[in-house]
Structures are given as C-alpha cells and as structure tokens.
Design a protein around this ligand. Structure first.
Ligand code: FES
Length: 362
C-alpha cells in the first residue's frame, strides 16, 4: 500500500534495544529466538545520531531497553545523549548488575524514569522464573535506590500460571517499593514464550478472576498507585490494537540497527527491514517496506476488511496471526469473529501446569 505521507503522524515512542545480552533467562522473553551478537551492536556514535533523528522526527519518549541495557558500558553516555536530544528517557531494566552508584550516575546523566521487571512477590519463585538466583534481591535493592533518588518508578509484573494468584501481593509490593505505577502484563506469546506456552498459560477461570480482581484493586489503591493492566488476550473477545496500530505510534531499533514496527516483527517472514546505518529514521518511518506492509487498513482481508472495529483494533496483532495461523494478513485469531478462533481456544486450554520451563541456552 502506498503511504499517504500527509496523513502520516510521527511516532511518539521509540524502543532502543541497546543489546540482546541479558543475565536473566525468563521463559517468556520477548526477544527474538536468534539474538543479535555483541560484535554487531551499534556503536555509541550511531546511537547518539539515532536519538537526535528520533527527536527531530517527533519522538517524545525513548525506552532504553534490551536484553539488559546496563550490559552496555556506555549507558550513561547514551542516556545523556538522549536527554540532550530532548527525549524523555525511560530505563527498562532487570535490575541485575545495576548498583546504587550506577543508578546515581544515570540519574546525573538525565534519566527520567525507571521500569523494573519483577517475576513474583515470592523470592524463590521469582528467581526460578527469572532463571537467576539472587535476582529478586537485586530488584528490591535497585527499586529502593531509585525511590531514594526520587526518580519515577514503574514496576512491570509479567503474569502467568505460576504467579497469577499473587497479583494483590505484587501490587502491595510495588506500593511498598515507592512505585508510582504498576503494569500487570499477561505474557504475550511471541519469541521464547511460544515453546513455554503450555507451561505459562493460566486457566480461563484464573484469567477471568484476575481481570475482576484487578478492577477491585484499582478501586482499593486509587490515589496510591496507578494500576495498568493488559487483558490476557487468549481469553478476550476482541483483539488488542497491537502497538496502537502497525507503524502508527512507535518504532523499535534492534541492537544492530534494524528498525521494526514491533518487537516481534522479525518473526514474520518476507518483511524487509531497513537499518539506521543505511537510512535516516525519518525515511525508515515514512517509506521502509516493513512499515508499509500492514500500515492502515488496505492490507486487510475478511472478516477484518468489512468489520466495524477495524479502525479501533487494526485486525489485532500481525505477529500473533502469523504465529498461530501462519498468515500475517489473517484476523488475529483472538477475535471471536475469526474463522480460526477455535484454534486459539484449543491452544489456551492445552496446558496442565506440570510442563517444565524451557530456558534459553540451557
Ligand atoms: Fe508484532 Fe503484535 S507483536 S504486531
């Protein structure tokens, strides 16, 4: 579909995946199955240019992410460059290896916000899920240091069969740590989560009870913490507007500089991704084939094409349609109007809870 340049809004957010190196081994890791090696990562100077181009393009917020972004020795320099470019800077971290001195240096460099992932409110379970002994302790220590520095803090709690019963405890934990916001994010089944789907998927009853309980907790915690929750989409009636629409609001830059419309876009075969080493960010946003592939609604087929919801959910998630049906142009099978919706129900109900985790590289 040719893009109408006049109708194209700038992206608001950019995920800068500084590295795929990570000390954790979460069974739901959303990074691609094949990680980009260290010697292919963009150098400091190229990231600095990308931050300037992002700000000029209209990006407001940059998420410094990974892997574990603190694995980059130049993280302070990169944070300062993003800050100087006028971007709001958010560090998305596992907390492992980020000590008090480092977080203070990042705050001095202009860091605005920190997001720490927690795996559970129970230390042993949290460490088992992360595949890293002592991760829980380091997360608590970093959260306390962040609050002491008066940086804004979000706790990201990824929910699945093994911790769904402890959502209230995780919210209380976030409050105790001084977080202003908690994201209750049910696992999205892309990347490494696919081989762990049966082990991670909660039962329908538990998922529906969690949605109801979160509503009550929102009322109980009103004014103390903001609770953002993503509905577990395997059990939803309509799909989510993934990424707020393909190529509509945000972009991801991989460690080696490939620019993606979403973090899992490389799982769809045949898409052509441009690289910041060869093109400006503005050109990539406006013209690159991967962004054009599913932008807007012209690529759709039935039942999406004639659906009243198509401007609201954009047919759902392209990566999920491909992962489940092998067709990225199909309606997201989460949607009850998809002719393949029964396949989704079957997958959602396939687990027993006894399946062991499959950890990356083990
Ligand atoms: Fe790629 Fe949803 S994760 S479109």
């Amino acid at each position: 579909m040719a893009n109408d340049a006049k109708a194209l809004n700038p992206p608001l957010g950019m995920l800068a995946e500084l590295t795929h190196r990570c000390p954790l081994a979460c069974p739901y890791c959303s990074n691609p199955l094949k990680l980009e090696p260290r010697d292919t990562e963009l150098d400091t100077g190229t990231w600095v240019r990308v931050f300037k181009e992002a700000a000029a393009l209209g990006v407001l917020q940059v998420h410094l992410s990974g892997g574990e972004p603190a694995s980059r020795r130049d993280l302070e320099e990169l944070t300062a460059a993003a800050h100087e470019a006028g971007l709001y800077t958010n560090l998305i971290t596992s907390a492992v290896g980020v000590n008090q001195k480092r977080i203070a240096a990042l705050a001095d460099a202009g860091l605005d916000h920190v997001q720490i992932s927690i795996q559970d409110s129970k230390p042993e379970s949290a460490d088992r899920i992360a595949g890293y002994e002592g991760a829980y302790r380091q997360k608590i220590a970093l959260a306390e240091a962040v609050s002491k520095l008066r940086l804004l803090l979000t706790v990201n709690a990824v929910i699945h069969r093994h911790n769904i019963a402890r959502i209230p405890e995780m919210i209380q934990m976030a409050v105790d740590l001084g977080a202003q916001r908690i994201e209750i994010a049910h696992v999205q089944y892309y990347g490494w989560a696919v081989p762990n789907r049966a082990a991670l998927m909660p039962g329908r009853k538990e998922a529906e009870a969690a949605v109801k309980r979160i509503e009550e907790l929102r009322r109980d915690y009103h004014g103390r913490i903001v609770i953002d929750a993503v509905t577990p989409d395997y059990f939803a009636k309509f799909p989510k507007a993934c990424m707020g629409g393909w190529g509509k609001r945000s972009l991801n830059v991989t460690p080696m500089g490939r620019v993606l419309p979403c973090h899992a876009a490389e799982s769809i075969p045949g898409l052509e991704f441009w690289n910041v080493r060869d093109h400006s960010l503005a050109d990539i946003w406006a013209k690159s084939p991967a962004f054009e592939a599913f932008r807007g609604t012209a690529w759709m087929k039935e039942p999406c094409l004639s659906c009243a919801h198509k401007e609201r959910d954009f047919g759902g998630c392209r990566c999920q349609a491909f992962a489940v049906l092998g067709d990225a142009r199909a309606a997201d099978p989460v949607c009850h109007l998809s002719p393949q919706h029964a396949r989704m129900v079957e997958l959602a109900e396939a687990g027993t809870g006894d399946e062991p985790f499959v950890y990356r590289g083990r």
